[in-house]
Design a protein around this ligand. Structure first.
Ligand SMILES: *Cc1c(COP(=O)(O)O)cnc(C)c1O
Length: 426
């Protein structure tokens, strides 16, 4: 008898390319068919077949308070009473902007949009419009959404599908994007030397989360800030994943660095579609209607998305859960490391706060090239072993794991047991 998920997937495959609306959901890199989810509460997903799974994907980051949190739900319901979209300014947008600038001191002005992809695409256009230059720098393994200029050596999703450089991106566009290794200050110096007065912007995931979780070497972000400032290049921190996840003020708070522009998404939508970009007022004022850089959105600042996001941010403000989340992350890391040590299996578990990765790799992972040396076959067996026991990790060896406050207690304890058991049997 085929499962309900298998039946749904068979129908989806007829009509939706690959059966999914975002490629990594298709389980291609780990094999097998994806499960369908009918509901999600707290740390738990319930599949269409009624299985309960402890979820470390957290809808790829947004669900920091766990799924379907009563307070976020109530905020959406209250907003819904007044209508779903107005096409005119609404009060929530102002409150959201005020919250964002409070937590991110580098952001003086901010514009809302509908996804992280829109945020990064618009920030790049703004950097180009502001500097009147064309070239941008990104780093191998960093993912900034799927716009043309940024979909080059873009980490997990693209990696998993074997086409790190997407078809359909004209070579002439790709030439305007310089891709450098992450954590390599000499490569940055060389790129600036080779392209004098041509680099509009540098975009970076200050902590990488899209080729697994990778942290910068000490001093690297400072070097990046200095060299961009010296060359009049706009420094963009893509904090779509890390903003409000690792600290209320994101990686820039943890690392005391000040980018010119920041992109946000995921958590600031409380589980609804959202993105935002903001930063120095003199740069942001180049946006239409004040300036010549065009950017717009029918549903931007949508009242339901704003209400959900505001509720999520207010809870972070009140609860300040970051120390708690870090303890949960450390508990998982310690369990994996102890089990791997007992087994003699090489593993790296970079972890900070509620983000972690499990790389089956004998050397520390510090960039795209070293991440790729991880043993994806061992990861696949680990992934399925965990899933069979009710623990859901992202279906790729090159993704970060996410923890929510709802994982505290039973879910973390159970996951640590499962990781230990599965590693023992690998
Ligand atoms: C998820 C992500 C994006 C893209 O956001 P979408 O909402 O999926 O378009 C961009 N940058 C980073 C760092 C991300 O993690």
């Amino acid at each position: 008898m085929t499962s309900r998920s298998d039946q749904l997937f068979a129908r989806a495959l007829q009509l939706i390319p690959g059966g999914v609306n975002s490629p990594v959901r298709a389980f291609r890199s780990v094999g097998g068919a994806p499960f369908f989810v009918k509901s999600a509460h707290g740390a738990t997903l319930t599949t269409a077949d009624g299985r309960e799974l402890i979820d470390f994907v957290c809808t790829w980051g947004p669900a920091i308070h766990g799924h379907n949190h009563p307070r976020i739900k109530a905020a959406i319901v209250a907003a819904l009473e007044n209508g779903t979209s107005f096409g005119t300014p609404n009060p929530y947008e102002v409150e959201m902007a005020e919250l964002i600038v409070t937590f991110f001191p580098s952001i003086q002005k901010v514009r809302m949009c509908n996804s992280g992809t829109e945020a990064t695409m618009s920030a790049i256009r703004l950097a180009r419009g502001f500097t009147k230059r064309d070239k941008i720098i990104k780093f191998a393994g960093c993912y900034h959404g799927h716009s043309d200029s940024l979909l080059i050596k873009a980490g997990s999703g693209a990696l998993t599908h074997g086409n790190p450089d997407s078809a359909g991106v004209p070579a002439s566009f790709a030439r305007e994007t310089i891709v450098l290794p992450y954590n390599d200050p000499a490569a940055l110096d060389a790129a600036f030397a080779a392209n004098p007065d041509q680099i509009a912007g540098v975009i970076i995931e200050a902590y990488c989360g899209n080729v697994g979780f990778i942290m910068p070497d000490p001093g690297y972000l400072r070097h990046l800030r200095e060299i961009t400032a010296r060359h009049g290049t706009v420094l963009i921190f893509d904090e779509v994943m890390t903003g409000f996840r690792l600290a209320k003020g994101g990686v820039q708070e943890l690392e005391s660095s000040t980018p010119d522009l920041t992109t946000l998404g995921k958590i600031i939508g409380g589980g609804l579609p959202v993105g935002a970009f903001g930063g120095r007022a003199d740069i942001m004022d180049h946006l239409a209607p004040l300036g010549p850089v065009y950017q717009a959105g029918t549903l931007s600042g949508n009242p339901l998305a704003m209400a959900a996001g505001i509720a999520s941010l207010r809870m972070l403000e009140e609860l300040d859960p970051y120390a708690r989340l870090d303890r949960l992350g450390a508990q998982l890391r310690d369990a994996v490391q102890a089990a791997a040590r007992a087994k003699g299996l090489p593993v790296q578990v970079p972890q900070r706060g509620s983000m972690f990765s499990i790389f089956f790799n004998d050397a520390p992972v510090r960039d795209y090239a070293t991440a790729l040396r991880s043993d994806a076959k061992v990861f696949t067996r680990f992934f399925h072993g965990c899933l069979d026991r009710g623990v859901y990790l992202a279906p790729s060896a090159f993704e970060a794991g996410f923890i929510s406050t709802a994982h505290e207690g039973a879910a973390i304890t159970r996951a640590a047991e499962v990781f230990t058991e599965v590693i023992r049997e690998l």
